[in-house]
Design a protein around this ligand. Structure first.
Ligand SMILES: [Zn+2]
Length: 422
């Protein structure tokens, strides 16, 4: 049993009194972060669990409580905070039962939850500066403002914030700093990935192209002057290579439907590509993951941001809707590598992705989920018609074919629809 005596805390316990005479095992913990804490941070032992009576690896409940307390959301104001809880001094967060439910939720078994509940400190929780925004809210509003004030003019993306930096509240972040924040957040979630040399990327064209058009230059991305319409990540007049991981997704991305005639080209990467991979953003393990202590807002923000980007591109037709994602793309294309390498300047051990970035000094593209309801992978590579020869080669014999959604595609669409219904 670990000895932990902090008299200050014993006299003024935070949130709950420590339960010193019980132990709990992994089977009685539901949250994967708590299970990970028990598995990785508690020395091996075999003792009886006070809740299920099995003899196995356990942790002192008071030690677990202290661990959980580190995640206590002192700065989390509830948007729906009932006015009765607000006081003129600092304000109140919630009453303690609500707080326990919101904070611990189903992370532990019912009996342990009961124990927590019986040991709650009989006081309400003052929240320091309850009126200020939480870190997640700060970032989310920064992104909202960025979206509203970003414009595309004369080939450049510009920001016209309506509030000057000196007129902003301390928690009101400037939209111009959004790019750097996003780069830092993506680094924190390990969103860089390497697309190995020899990987296949599918592209389809409408109709059956004639023999003399079945060549690299015609099948890769078009020359800039032929790009008449703005796209998800690139404005009109700018060429980028869009492709998908499979034929079906490539067809859906050009909005082909069953029976449409298409020309199918497969490209192969000629070297390793360093991509910002929005599909691989790492997330915390449960509510209490020590590797994310203090960084939960990053994951929460990125969830909202990635959902927004997907929504954005579903509004086909309105060119202005694409401007924020185009601006982000331009930033990563031109400054992303420098920014990310700066973040890792003092990092002694570079991941293979960062080594590749150090060698090439550029990000080659994004990997993202199709907006066509399949969750499948799409790519945008930061290269135009001629530049694409440096990254890609055409696999021989492009095919004139007809789009028939494969059974696996229909399964994945149905799975998505079922998931939405539930
Ligand atoms: Zn147990």
């Amino acid at each position: 049993m670990s000895i932990y005596l902090n008299f200050d805390e014993m006299l003024n316990p935070i949130f709950f009194h420590l339960i010193s005479d019980k132990r709990v095992c992994g089977d009685c913990l539901n949250d994967s972060g708590l299970k990970k804490f028990l598995a990785c941070k508690i020395p091996p032992n075999t003792q009886e669990c006070s809740y299920c009576q099995q003899t196995t690896k356990t942790v002192d409940v008071d030690e677990l409580q202290q661990y959980i307390l580190q995640f206590f959301p002192y700065a989390d104001a509830d948007q729906e905070l009932p006015i009765a809880y607000l006081r003129e001094d600092e304000g109140m967060w919630h009453d303690q039962w609500d707080t326990l439910e919101k904070f611990v939720d189903f992370a532990v078994c019912d009996e342990l939850y009961e124990d927590f509940s019986n040991n709650l400190v009989d006081a309400r929780y003052c929240q320091w500066q309850w009126s200020s925004l939480t870190p997640t809210q700060q970032r989310y509003y920064q992104w909202q403002e960025f979206r509203e004030v970003v414009c595309y003019e004369d080939g450049e993306f510009r920001l016209y914030p309506k509030t000057e930096p000196e007129d902003r509240n301390h928690d009101e972040l400037c939209p111009s700093e959004f790019y750097q924040a996003l780069a830092a957040f993506l680094c924190r979630t390990d969103a860089l990935s390497i697309l190995p040399s020899g990987s296949e990327i599918h592209r389809v064209h409408w109709g059956h192209l004639e023999d003399d058009k079945l060549n690299f230059s015609r099948l890769t991305c078009p020359r800039p002057e032929l790009v008449k319409r703005p796209n998800r990540f690139s404005p009109s007049g700018q060429s980028m290579f869009y492709g998908a991981k499979d034929f079906d997704t490539a067809c859906l991305e050009i909005r082909a439907t069953e029976g449409d005639a298409v020309t199918h080209a497969v490209f192969r990467t000629k070297r390793e590509l360093c991509l910002v991979d929005f599909t691989a953003v790492k997330r915390p393990d449960g509510k209490f993951d020590y590797e994310w202590l203090g960084n939960y807002h990053i994951s929460e923000f990125l969830d909202g941001f990635l959902a927004d980007i997907r929504k954005e591109v579903k509004g086909e037709g309105d060119a202005a809707e694409y401007v924020p994602t185009q601006a982000i793309c331009r930033y990563f294309k031109t400054q992303g590598a420098t920014e990310i390498l700066n973040i890792h300047l003092n990092n002694p051990v570079l991941s293979p992705e960062l080594k590749l970035l150090t060698a090439n000094k550029k990000i080659d593209g994004f990997c993202y989920r199709s907006s066509k309801g399949t969750e499948r992978t799409c790519y945008v590579l930061f290269c135009g018609n001629e530049e694409s020869t440096e990254m890609l080669e055409l696999v021989p014999s492009p095919a004139r074919t007809t789009f028939h959604p494969s059974p696996t595609l229909q399964e994945s669409v149905e799975a998505m629809l079922n998931a939405v219904e539930k």
